[in-house]
Design a protein around this ligand. Structure first.
Ligand SMILES: Cc1ncc(C[n+]2csc(CCOP(=O)(O)OP(=O)(O)O)c2C)c(N)n1
Ligand SMILES: [Mg+2]
Length: 314
């Protein structure tokens, strides 16, 4: 969680310096969700995410270098600098995006889960999306087929209270997202995302069900983003008090406390871990800055997959 936060803080700084172009959506405040959920997976399981997916990419085995270089549009980025912030792909770690169309990736994730079942693998797919995906048509098409075909997938709504600047009460007639599950014969769960171990345990139950029984679950995790929607959003639609209230439920300092109290980790061990994460991220920034730009000619090489290459082995 700390690595992800430091990477995103570094990204925000580089963006303000004009070193990163395009969109940049930070998940600062939401790290407990992707880290807890992905910690419950096996390496061969799949993750499909939105444009707010830096944390998911890193939690799935990606590196600060691969993330930052991608944001900088460099050839050494995880998508060879062709995707940018919203399109982090890492086939070898089975991180399958990074999508900019709200809700559009939900049926794609159902397709990934379908191939696992079709091939007889026991891999599970986690599909992350925001509260803004829930009223979208594609979301319902994806979850409907997952329920009908009993696909090994966990749909995880990261409910951060807003779709861009629009609060939940203006987008959802039924604010409990998981009530939709009943219409599609999908199991459901809903809980707070302020404790990373709770997230791991509860998502782990849904993952176990998907792996063993081949049945989907719709999970809603209550969370909050501390920054605006993207770098161009100062977030003026909410009060400082609201943000401060949510900061009391930040999963990152809570995890630090638990390491000290419940797991008998020493303060100086944590301090040295924090220092090594800081150094790793500083090194990743240097790497991104010094890497060569993406080669526009190389874009043609990636329009179609090589039919002789199994992307799962890349
Ligand atoms: C189909 C579609 N409509 C509109 C947009 C513009 N848009 C980008 S992000 C966003 C809000 C999505 O909110 P949510 O799903 O809650 O995710 P969050 O940004 O909070 O993580 C919108 C409307 C889009 N990218 N795709
Ligand atoms: Mg949202």
């Amino acid at each position: 969680m700390l690595t992800i936060r430091r990477v995103e803080e570094a990204a925000a700084k580089a963006y303000a310096q004009g070193k990163i172009g395009g969109f940049l959506h930070l998940g600062i405040g939401q790290e407990g969700v992707c880290v807890g959920a992905i910690a419950s997976l096996r390496p061969t399981d799949y993750v499909v995410g939105t444009y707010r997916e830096h944390g998911h990419y890193i939690a799935k085995g990606g590196s600060p270098k691969g993330c930052l270089a991608e944001l900088y549009g460099k050839a050494t980025g995880t998508s060879k600098g062709m995707g940018g912030s919203m399109h982090l792909f890492d086939a070898k770690n089975r991180m399958l995006g990074g999508y900019g169309i709200v809700g559009g990736h939900v049926p794609l994730a159902a397709g990934v889960a379908f191939q696992s079942k079709y091939r007889g693998d026991d891999d599970v797919t986690l599909c992350f999306f925001g509260d803004g995906s829930v009223p979208q048509g594609a979301f319902h098409e994806g979850i409907s087929l997952a329920g009908l075909w009993k696909l090994p997938i966990v749909f995880i709504c990261e409910n951060n209270q807003y779709s861009m600047g629009t609060p939940l009460y203006r987008t959802l007639a039924v604010p409990d997202v998981t009530e939709r599950a009943a219409g599609y014969a999908v199991a459901r769960d809903r809980f707070d995302g302020d404790d990373v171990l709770r997230v791991k345990e509860r998502i782990g139950e849904a993952v176990a069900r998907a792996r063993k029984d081949k049945t989907p679950t719709l999970v809603e995790v209550i969370t909050y983003r501390f920054r605006g929607h993207s770098m161009s959003d100062p977030g003026n639609y909410r009060t400082k008090d609201e943000i401060e209230e949510w900061k009391k439920r930040d999963a990152l300092p809570a995890a630090r406390e638990r390491l000290l109290k419940d797991f008998a980790v020493k303060e100086d061990e944590i301090v040295s871990l924090e220092a090594s994460i800081k150094a790793e991220v500083q090194e990743a920034v240097r790497f991104a800055e010094q890497s060569p730009d993406a080669d526009p000619e190389a874009a043609w090489n990636m329009v179609y997959a090589d039919p002789n290459t199994d992307p799962r082995k890349m």
